[in-house]
Design a protein around this ligand. Structure first.
Ligand SMILES: [Cu+2]
Length: 281
């Protein structure tokens, strides 16, 4: 029996230790994706803490149930007690759960406001949901934009992931506070990136906001997580996080490749003039 327990523990340890370091999806993966941003790290922390709370409560309630079933079984209590109320006990089982919920609400609210928005963002990425692809705009890097489409299975090159890689990945710099804006051109989509701790609806007629600071260089994947039509499953998100210098080099190239004809970037002086004009009124 002992040897069995040891084997199981070692196996579980191996699985979970492997988990923590895996940055790519692996078969039989369990738990959350490794966090790659401060928000995601806080989400994992809260999740792990809540798992302990849930486990303790469940085990406690199960224990109480089993104790009551055995201790007060019919054969042992031919004449059952007629007690129906116990004021102190009733107050306790009302107040204690309330206290537990309040204790959970505090870190939960903290996390919610932490993820909400960033005051000192260093750049902006605008995400627009379409049926059925994502459009990305870089308003403060020359206002270029592009669409990211799923690569069809027959066009996959070696190393590309089926139903995950896109023709134009989003490139973002690591270590920078990036403001994320979300809009939609048609139905509600959801830009969901587990390792960033970002999962925000893109809603027509609304601009939603959050932020991300990517910790590590790498390629990250996500999916549309709001049922948006027949090709909902075929609009993956692929983000390449690169060092800032590499990002600047990419911007230079992307500016030419993806220059917008519909809405070219206004020259800086024109913006200042418009602002001065508005102020003088
Ligand atoms: Cu969608």
């Amino acid at each position: 029996m002992n040897r069995f327990l040891v084997t199981v523990s070692v196996l579980l340890l191996a699985i979970f230790a492997g988990q923590a370091w895996a940055s790519e999806p692996t078969p039989w993966q369990m738990g959350l994706q490794p966090a790659a941003s401060p928000t995601a790290a806080m989400i994992v922390e809260l999740h792990d803490a809540l798992l302990i709370v849930i486990t303790v409560i469940t085990v406690f309630v199960l224990g109480l149930l089993m104790y009551a079933s055995i201790r007060f079984r019919e054969s042992r209590n031919p004449t059952p007690s007629t007690t129906t109320h116990h004021a102190l006990l009733e107050i306790a089982w009302t107040v204690v759960p309330v206290l537990i919920l309040v204790a959970i609400a505090i870190p939960s609210m903290k996390l919610l406001y932490f993820a909400d928005r960033i005051e000192d963002g260093e750049m902006t990425l605008k995400v627009v949901g379409h049926q059925w692809y994502w459009e990305y705009q870089y308003p403060d890097h020359g206002n270029f934009g592009f669409d990211a489409n799923l690569i069809p299975e027959e066009e996959l090159k070696p190393g590309q992931k089926r139903q995950m890689d896109t023709d134009n990945p989003v490139v973002l710099p690591v270590g920078k506070k990036i403001r994320l804006l979300f809009a939609s051109a048609d139905t509600i989509h959801n830009w969901s990136m587990s390792s960033f701790g970002v999962k925000v609806d893109t809603t027509p007629g609304r601009l939603n906001e959050t932020w991300v600071q990517i910790d590590r260089v790498g390629t990250y994947y996500g999916f549309c997580s709001e049922l948006c039509g027949v090709n909902h499953a075929y609009m993956p998100i692929m983000v390449k996080a690169v060092p800032p210098a590499e990002f600047d080099a990419w911007v230079k190239k992307a500016k030419q490749e993806f220059a917008r004809v519909d809405e070219p970037e206004a020259p800086a002086e024109a913006t200042v003039k418009v602002a001065e004009h508005a102020l003088s009124k």
